[in-house]
Write a protein that binds this ligand. Sequence first.
Ligand code: THU
Length: 132
Amino acid sequence: MTELDKMLEMARKAMEQAYAPYSRFKVGAVIRSDSGRLYAGCNVENASYPVGSCAEQGAISAMILGGDTKIADIVVMGDGENLVSPCGACRQRIREFSTPETRVLICDRNGVRKTMTLAELLPVSFGPENLS
Ligand code: THU
């Protein structure tokens, strides 16, 4: 099994675990950090809708808890005809822990549909360097 296959498998499982009773739109995210470790997250909705959190957020929390701070690749997986690319807020969240090489793999259950760099998804971005 390749590393990508592992990430896709973890993302499928994360999607299954998602708590999305309101939108019924389940999302899974898996980060491969620069240390090679994998971290998964799923979306968690709330009866007070804006309080819900995205899958990417969960995966970033898991990565931070695991002691890593650099995202090499992130898989974002969801169903549907349209590409499930990270929402605007999550692009900024990913940005915080990105390098210029960070890749965002936009996936469905069958695999990768499109690969983009974070810089393509969030050009001319604001980041930690602005505050140093
Ligand atoms: N969602 C994510 O988890 N990640 C994204 O990048 C796009 C949207 C979730 C949030 C909400 O629970 C559901 O998808 C519908 O918007």
